[in-house]
Design a protein around this ligand. Structure first.
Ligand SMILES: [Zn+2]
Length: 263
């Protein structure tokens, strides 16, 4: 069983338990948007009995390899095809992007795929995953409840982020997206002096309390913007698991970091 990135791999491993070994091809901590597959990764994908991917070009440089594997008859489950998608933030989007691939940053959106995923994986593995799926869905509900509790301590959640990654989180937990250092759904896009100037104006007008940074965003640029706006810069772990941690840790740490910075 191949899963493209670590956070999704953690959920799939949770769902299948001992019924399958999960191989994650994008190493945890590497940027999904930027990852380029080695010959070994291409081989792992082509030899997989089944693949679970995110879709919507999150795994930008794996798209062709995944399509090729599918034409060879490898089953591919694309998470984005089984959840309610949000559109890119209109003021941040670039022409290439439409729907936001960062669906794991809201446990309720992610939970929508569990019924279809468990049925498909159950078929491939020849096991009944319905009980495991029910338990995973409950855990996702619990994570959501904990995040709500954490975010209830934030008087006003105005987010300036590294790239446009927190749209699902913002929509679920009542935050406003003020802007992003890289105004795109992908960290691989570019920014410009004009866009950074607009961001500083927007952050000041929105009275943002912090500038958040994440994978793929140059820290020096973020620190400079934060300094000019007169707020702190805070690193968020949005695209990876913490060392030894799981999906729940990603989300609880994310909400806690945001809440601590904005209180
Ligand atoms: Zn991203």
């Amino acid at each position: 069983m191949v899963v493209t990135y670590s956070i999704l791999g953690d959920l799939v491993a949770d769902l299948v338990g001992d019924a399958a070994k999960v191989i994650v091809v994008i190493p945890n901590g590497q940027d999904q948007h930027e990852f380029e597959p080695s010959a070994k990764v291409v081989e792992q994908i082509n030899n997989a009995d089944f693949i679970v991917s995110n879709g919507l070009d999150l795994e930008e440089h794996l798209t062709g390899v995944l399509a090729e594997a599918a034409t060879r008859g490898v089953g591919v489950f694309t998470a984005a095809e089984h959840v309610t998608l949000r559109r890119a933030n209109a003021k941040l989007t670039d022409a290439k992007n439409g729907n936001d691939p960062h669906l794991w940053l809201d446990p309720i959106t992610l939970a929508e795929m569990i019924p279809d995923l468990s049925v498909e994986l159950g078929k491939v593995l020849g096991v009944d995953l319905s009980e495991s799926a029910a338990q995973l869905s409950l855990r996702l509900d619990t994570i959501d409840a904990k995040i709500k509790e954490i975010m209830s301590t934030v008087p006003r959640c105005a987010l300036v982020t590294g790239h446009d990654s927190l749209g699902y989180f913002a929509a679920r937990y009542g935050c406003q997206i003020v802007g992003a250092v890289i105004p795109s759904l992908s960290s691989s896009a570019e920014t410009s002096a004009g866009e950074l100037a607009n961001l500083k104006t927007a952050a000041t007008q929105a009275n943002a309390r912090a500038v958040f940074t994440e994978i793929g965003t140059p820290r020096a640029v973020v620190d400079q913007i934060a300094k000019e706006v007169g707020v702190k810069s805070v690193e968020l772990r949005t695209h990876m698991l913490p060392p030894g941690g799981h999906y729940a840790d990603v989300m609880i740490q994310l909400a806690t970091s945001i809440a601590d910075a904005l209180k």
